[in-house]
Design a binder for this molecule. Structure first.
Ligand code: BEZ
Length: 435
């Protein structure tokens, strides 16, 4: 059955956007982040304009407002999973982006922004469908988001052909912007290697001479996370286990294999719903007291700690962020996020917030027509450093991957619950060794 599409024409949108953008702030102040975006699902459903109130404002008014604000309004596609294992990551990314907009009157670089939120699941086919729709039908000036490496790898070529700038705000696929390198592809998150290589180097001293088992979901990211750890550790793991992604709910057979492997410690990469299940079952199975569990910080992200409960206590992980990082930018960001959502900021929200910040800086510093995709990409590439809640970081020239510090964190009791306490700054890491 053909997909049902957004029936708000681009012209109507341009007429209504000034009012719509103004309404974002008020709507979100009521705690309704979903009200502030339009929704496009992979099945269609179209971009239902839930936050856009008016196609009735006279065009002249919209144009005048845009001119007064410093530029023409533009549309932005936010590609996130809103169902399945990674649904909470997608929600966090929406909330992080929206927080930045709320703090800036719904504008980036003085231009009003219409956000079209598009459901990618964690599925490359769904990602491809919504990418094409955002580019061809919604004619977005820029897209952000994408949680899964598989989705990122699947949509890369579509963005390459269209030239529309894409800012990946999670997916860590190591090679996504290498061979070939696209001038319109950016990433405010990490490479899958980055936190794991740092963790491996730390473990080479901490777990010197110990046999380590590795486990991660069976898709591109799982393999890269585990290999990144092995490369940093300097010797292979005693067993590599890859449970099926998105369908495994019982990890007992894998935990049995770990137990029988002779491992003395365990490296695990899981995120979202799978991280909750795995960490709980690891404790229930009785491994937690004999085999220390480590991994990249997604394993104990602050958005899932409450659900993991006591099972997460003491787990050490490496990542480029913790909401407990002690810097002023982070305190302001985490405080505002807590005020809006009554929960700590998450890595996913932070990476998405930084994408909004990157666009804002690019359009503030460069007088660019956002409908000129090449000029928009050049403006994004001109941003030298981003004053992020993670600490200031820069993007590699050409490939546009982040060069950033990685922190060792440990889940501890903190005021109001549990948190990822930063116990060591592991130093600055390039996206890949040759950078
Ligand atoms: C990935 O697929 O790249 C990914 C997903 C969740 C957390 C981290 C990485």
């Amino acid at each position: 059955m053909p997909a049902k599409r957004n029936d708000v024409s681009r012209r109507q949108f341009l007429q209504g956007v000034a009012v719509a953008a103004a309404s974002f702030t008020g709507l979100n102040a009521c705690g309704g982040e979903d009200d502030a975006v339009t929704q496009a699902t992979p099945e269609g459903g179209g971009a239902t304009p839930t936050g856009t109130t008016a196609a009735t404002t006279p065009a002249a008014t919209a144009t005048e407002t845009a001119a007064a604000a410093g530029g023409e309004p533009f549309t932005l596609g936010l590609m996130v999973p809103l169902s399945g294992t990674y649904a909470s990551l997608g929600r966090d990314m929406q909330q992080g982006f929206q927080l930045y907009l709320d703090q800036h009157d719904g504008m980036l670089g003085g231009r009003e922004v219409e956000v079209v939120s598009a459901e990618t699941e964690a599925n490359p086919e769904a990602g491809l469908r919504v990418a094409r729709r955002l580019i061809e039908e919604d004619q977005v000036a820029v897209a952000t988001g994408i949680v899964s490496s598989a989705v990122a790898l699947g949509v890369k070529d579509v963005f390459g052909e269209a030239g529309t700038p894409l800012i990946i705000t999670n997916a860590g696929a190591n090679m996504v912007n290498r061979e070939p390198t696209l001038p319109n592809l950016f990433r405010t998150s990490f490479t899958n290697r980055q936190p794991n290589f740092a963790l491996g180097q730390w473990a080479a001293t901490e777990f010197e001479g110990l046999a380590v088992a590795g486990i991660a979901p069976d898709y591109a990211a799982g393999q890269e996370h585990l290999q990144g750890f092995v490369d940093g550790f300097g010797s292979d793991v005693v067993v590599r286990l890859f449970p099926p992604f998105g369908t495994t709910s019982d990890y007992q057979p894998f935990l049995t294999e770990i137990q029988q492997s002779g491992a003395e410690a365990v490296f695990a990469f899981f995120a979202g719903g799978e991280a909750i299940t795995f960490v709980q079952q690891y404790t229930d199975f009785g491994l937690v007291d004999s085999l220390p569990l480590i991994g990249p910080g997604f394993l104990t992200d602050d958005g899932i700690l409450e659900q993991q409960g006591a099972a997460a206590m003491g787990i050490r992980t490496a990542l480029h962020y913790s909401p407990l990082l002690d810097n002023e930018t982070n305190k302001a960001f985490d405080g505002a996020y807590r005020d809006a959502h009554d929960s700590p900021a998450t890595t996913y929200a932070m990476q998405s917030y930084d994408a909004a910040q990157l666009i804002d800086m690019a359009l503030t510093d460069n007088d660019v027509d956002t409908s000129d995709a090449a000029a928009f990409s050049e403006a994004l590439a001109s941003v030298q450093t981003i004053p992020s809640p993670r600490g200031e970081f820069s993007l590699e020239a050409e490939v546009h991957d982040p060069i950033q510090p990685i922190y060792l964190r440990e889940v501890q009791e903190v005021e109001g619950g549990m948190g990822n306490v930063v116990i060591e700054d592991l130093g600055e890491f390039p996206p890949l060794p040759e950078a």
